[in-house]
Design a protein around this ligand. Structure first.
Ligand code: APR
Length: 238
């Protein structure tokens, strides 16, 4: 089992990884985002009915990225990626760019990214760090009205599932950092890893979650403390 020199490692992260950077989680503060429920704006129906409200919601979150920095947990995961002897993949549910800014390379955003937009007219995907609305012309086809956040909304298919399934098919160590484990398919990845023979699964969270029972170990505490500590342990044990 495992890569050229031993074990394959998969990390799954959620909003708790970025919480200490100042990026609000979805279900911590009663699940409100700027006074609205994520389920009311992050859906294709909401975008069809009130595109400007949905654009405003994402413009706010995209602009907020300029005010936050990666924290010690992001840095520790990059160190793990660089020094881990086997195969490494970080699957994040987060749409911020904090992992990239910390130096992450082996990273997939299964729920998309705030800094990308997609044109529903020409299917082009563009890096984008400014506001966007229904009047913004597509950088490719120049048509206005078709641009949307390149974000996976409720009811839509997550991205990069083929690469994620391949990684979970042969994983020896599964780390989960800062997810409440209520949104699938991510919430089922620990079980999938265990069914594929993974014998060491570690959950890092400030509290127990509905999927804590899927893990062989649990580290309770803030990611910025627990992840660097865990990475030190893993790299010493390698
Ligand atoms: N350190 C570690 N864990 C933390 C911290 C912290 N400092 N702060 C909060 N947490 C934990 C919370 O206990 C919770 O379990 O992070 C988790 C955040 O859960 P959610 O807000 O539900 O975020 P997430 O699990 O990433 O949501 C999954 O749901 O809304 C959709 O698409 C969106 O990607 C998101 C998905």
């Amino acid at each position: 089992m495992g890569g050229p020199s031993g074990k394959n490692l998969v990390v799954l992260s959620g909003a708790g990884l970025s919480a200490e950077s100042g990026v609000a989680t979805f279900r911590g503060q009663g699940g409100l985002w700027e006074g609205q429920r994520i389920e009311e704006v992050a859906t294709p129906g909401a975008f069809h009915r009130t595109p400007e409200r949905v654009h405003r919601f994402y413009n706010l979150r995209r602009a907020a990225l300029r005010t936050v920095q990666p924290n010690a947990a992001h840095a520790a995961l990059v160190r793990l990626e660089r020094e881990w002897p086997g195969r490494f993949l970080h699957v994040t549910q987060n749409v911020d760019d904090l992992n990239e800014r910390a130096g992450a390379r082996q990273l997939v955003h299964m729920h998309g990214q705030l800094l990308e937009i997609r044109c529903t007219a020409c299917d082009g995907i563009w890096s984008w760090d400014r506001d966007v609305d229904t009047r913004t012309p597509c950088p490719g086809c120049r048509r206005a009205g078709g641009l949307r956040p390149h974000i996976v909304w409720f009811g839509e298919m997550p991205m990069h599932l083929d690469r994620i399934m391949t990684a979970l098919a042969r994983v020896d160590l599964f780390l989960c950092v800062g997810t409440s484990g209520v949104v699938y398919p991510a919430a089922g990845f620990a079980l999938m890893a265990a069914e594929n023979g993974c014998r060491r699964l570690i959950e890092v969270n400030v509290e127990a979650t509905g999927i804590s029972g899927d893990f062989t170990e649990r580290r309770h505490g803030p990611a910025s403390v627990e992840v660097p500590r865990l990475v030190n342990e893993l790299l010493e044990q390698r």
